[in-house]
Ligand binder design. Sequence first.
Ligand code: TXA
Ligand code: MG
Length: 325
Amino acid sequence: MRARILRYSREAVREAGQIIKRGGLVAFPTETVYGLGASAFNPNAVARIFEVKRRPRFDPIIVHVASLREVERVCLRIGRDARILMEEFWPGPLTLVLPKSDAVPDIVTAGLETVAVRMPSHPVALELIREAETPIAAPSANLFGRLSPTTADHVKEQIGDEIDLIIDGGRCPIGVESTVLDLTGEPTVLRPGGLPIEEIEKIIGRVKVSPVSRGRAPLSPGQLPRHYSPQTPTRILQGEPEIPEGTRAGLLAFTRSEARPPFEVVKALSPTGDLREAAANLFSLLHELDKAGLDVIYVEPVPEVGLGRAIMDRLRKAEGLGKAP
Ligand code: TXA
Ligand code: MG
C-alpha cells in the first residue's frame, strides 16, 4: 500500500470517518502528537494498530472521545476528581485512567480493568470522532519505542505504507503526549505530558508521580525505560562531553543555536527559553537530528518545571540503555 495523505478538509474527514466505521486505520492530528486511530469497539481494527506499530499486546491504548456521553459509555464509574478535571481541562492534553465498562474490548486495555480516556482539543480530532460516530482508540502514530510524530510526514516515514489514510492537519501545537493520570486509587501521574502537573494540583491537590519503572512490569508501558527514542544514540549533556576524533556529534541545545565545536550541528529548542515552545519543537528537532547522519546526539537539560517535566521524561527515556561512542 502507498501512503495516502490528504490535507485537512471536510471531505477528507468525512472519508476518514467512513474508513474508521469500516474497520480501517487513520492517522490524524491532535494537539499533542499524531494519533493512529481505529474504532474503539472493533477488536480486529485495534489488533491492526498493534501490528502496524509492532507494539506489544500488553501496552493498553487511549480511547479518544468527543462527548461526555461517550465517556459514560466506556467508563464504569466517573468519580468526583474525574468530573472536576474533565470540566477544567477537557478538551485538552489530559488522559484519565478510570474503571472500564464491558463495552470496551479487552484488546484496547490489554486486559486491564481500567481504561484511559481523553477528549482531545484539536478540531480535526474532534471532527473525526464525531464523523466516525464512535470513540477512537489511538496510540501515537509511530513505531513502538520510536520518536512520536508531530507532523504528517513523520507518520508517513514510519508507518505510512501500512495504514489507510493520513489526515494532514499541520504541526501539533503542544508537541508532547498527554499527561496520563490514574484516578482508580490515590491520584497518580503515570506519564508527565502536555498538561503540567502543577495545573492538576491546583485543582485536586497533591498527586503522586510514579517513578520510571526499571526492570519490573510497568504500571503503564509509557513508563518503559527506553521509549520515544531516536535511532541515533542520545545522551543528556552533563558538563563538556568527551567526543573522540572522527565521531560526529550533534547538540540539541535549550536556547542557543550558535555553532559550538566540536558539535557538527546545533539546534535550539527555544531561543527565548520558553518551555512551551521547547516542547512543541522537541520531537521535530530530534527527528531532524536523527536524519543528520550523526553518531551521537547530545541534548541539553531543561528546567524541570511545567512542561519541562514532560521534556526531561522523554529525554531520559530516549537516552535509554544503548552505549554512545
Ligand atoms: O497525547 C497522547 O496521549 C497521544 C495522542 C494520540 O492522544 N497518545 C498517546 O498514546 O501518546 P500512546 O499509546 O503512545 O501512549 C499511551 C500511554 C501509554 O503509556 C499506555 O501504557 C498508557 O497511556 N495507558 C493506556 N491505557 C492505560 C491504562 N488502562 N492504564 C494505565 N496506563 C494506560
Ligand atoms: Mg506512544
